[in-house]
Each structure stands twice: as C-alpha cells, then as structure tokens.
Ligand binder design. Sequence first.
Ligand code: SF4
Ligand code: F3S
Ligand code: ZN
Length: 103
Amino acid sequence: AIDPEFEQNREAVEEHDGHQVWGPVEEPETLGIHGTHVAVDFDICLADGACLEDCPVDVFEWVDTPGHPESEIKADPANEEQCIDCMLCVDVCPVDAIDVDPG
Ligand code: SF4
Ligand code: F3S
Ligand code: ZN
C-alpha cells in the first residue's frame, strides 16, 4: 500500500503536469508517487481503473508508462485541486495505491 507518510519519507524530485512527483524515480521501472493532496503510488497502481470510473469530479487521467512492471498506464491525479475529499477512490482501489489527505 502507499505510504501515508510519503511527504516525510520521500523527496519531491520533479513536477508532472502541475503536481509533485515524490521519488525515487528511475524510469521506466520506478516511477514514484504522483500528487500530494491526491497521491497515487505509480509503482503500486496496476491500472484497475476504478478510481477513474468512480471519482465524481474527474481528478484522474490515464498516462502512459511503457516498460513499468505493474502496468503500462497509470491513474494520474491530473486535477487533484478539484478533489472534494469523498474518499471513494481510496476505498475502491484494489491495491491501496491512493492516499487522499482531507483538509
Ligand atoms: Fe475523486 Fe473523491 Fe478521490 Fe477526491 S477523494 S480524488 S473527489 S474520488
Ligand atoms: Fe490504479 Fe488503483 Fe486507480 S490500481 S487505476 S490507482 S483504482
Ligand atoms: Zn503525474
């Protein structure tokens, strides 16, 4: 599961589409955590898609991650600032790849 303390335990190493990426990042097999308020551990995400289907405000968008061992697309929190903290995505992800920090 994603580390809920990732902001303490990792470093922000780059930006992607307006959000932070928390390392380590070594493409293509290690991709880190994308986002801060809505955070997706790309190294755990296996492209189930429930988060994209269920998010009421369309926070997530697919991004291509060719060569990653778990899946070659990931749910990117491209619109994390739209999140309304409903926690649905956290509940539906089968591998607990998502952390949402309300407030
Ligand atoms: Fe979308 Fe709700 Fe998840 Fe926020 S907590 S990203 S609104 S499903
Ligand atoms: Fe990935 Fe979980 Fe969404 S596996 S696509 S973050 S439901
Ligand atoms: Zn991203």
